[in-house]
Write a protein that binds this ligand. Structure first.
Ligand code: RTP
Ligand code: MG
Length: 282
């Protein structure tokens, strides 16, 4: 039995809704239906699909695009939409399927699935992932997020950069950009714009501009909330054991690190510190 038949066999046993096999090994399975399994396999786990075979209960255009982008060799779908079939064939792969349907239906079977609706208007992978994430967010599922982190001048001067990197990396966050910044009052003013009228603003700016610090973009599943949980509460005295601020913060102002408060704030802050990144997709 080859990899394609093996994947198909596993799917037919009914335990899984999505199976990926490569070199006689099962590299991914999921019991979940919908787009999340392929999003997870490709974007979250970063699986390399080159030479692999996918068998899935339902394949719409979005699933087809993710699989093909990852280099999939063969695709079997119990149900495949015409949009998926056309896309797969346009990439030189002959799809294998049991049933086909003009488009994937929504849950109530009275219209098009919202992911299919989003996918059929694009052929660009980056744009597709943006649309898939938009859908997943709308149904409260976790997605990959970029967030802005600062290792503030206190922690930087005390030589805590390595330990702080480890605390993020050991929790699955990846560093996608990093720079040392020293006394850039223009960028700091833009960054802390929302706090301009706070009584602590002048001393906050003086502290942040008072020596070198490190600015990072970290990426991970649920990255914004994850970083803030690792950082701990603003006041280190109230922070939970094991958080960065509990370990290295000294006061409500000298609190070792910064993490964006929301996805929107992360985008705004990344635009200030890494303007080139905003010209790409995130
Ligand atoms: P951050 O933005 O640095 O991640 O911290 P945060 O969201 O937990 O706190 P935020 O309210 O945004 O405050 C930004 C930074 O201002 C300093 N701060 N000083 N009462 C004070 O003296 C005071 N309150 C806030 C802290 O350095 C805080 O991280
Ligand atoms: Mg804040």
């Amino acid at each position: 039995m080859n990899d394609g038949e093996f994947a198909k066999e596993l799917l037919k046993k009914g335990e899984y809704a999505c199976v990926i096999v490569k070199d006689r090994r099962i590299i991914y399975t999921s019991k979940a239906r919908g787009i999340y399994p392929l999003y997870e396999a490709g974007e979250i786990l970063g699986l390399d699909f080159r030479g692999a075979f996918l068998a899935d209960k339902v394949i719409g255009k979005a699933a087809a695009m993710i699989a093909v982008e990852g280099g999939i060799q063969g695709i079997y779908g119990e149900v495949m939409s015409q949009h998926a079939l056309d896309f797969i064939r346009s990439r030189g792969i002959e799809p294998d399927y049991r049933h086909h349907t003009p488009y994937i239906k929504n849950r109530d079977l009275d219209g098009m699935c919202p992911v299919e609706t989003r996918a059929i208007t694009t052929g660009d992978y980056g744009e597709l992932i943006g649309k898939v994430e938009e859908f997943l967010i709308s149904v409260n599922m976790k997605v990959m997020e970029n967030t802005l982190v600062m290792i503030k001048p206190d922690a930087f001067s005390e030589g805590r950069v390595g330990e702080i990197f480890s605390m993020y990396e050991s929790r699955g966050l990846k560093i996608v950009a990093a720079q040392v910044s020293d006394g850039d009052t223009g960028k700091l003013g833009a960054h802390y714009e929302a706090h301009r009228d706070q009584p602590f603003y002048p001393s906050l700016l003086a502290f942040m501009a008072g020596g070198p610090m490190m600015v990072l973009v970290l990426r991970g599943l649920d990255g914004v909330a994850k970083v803030r949980a690792i950082n701990g509460t603003t006041d280190p005295l109230q922070a939970v054991e094991g958080t960065i601020r509990k370990s290295y913060g000294r006061s409500i102002q000298r609190n070792a690190v910064h993490g964006s408060a929301s996805r929107e704030e992360a985008r705004r802050e990344i635009g200030i510190w890494f303007p080139d990144m905003m010209k790409e997709n995130h």
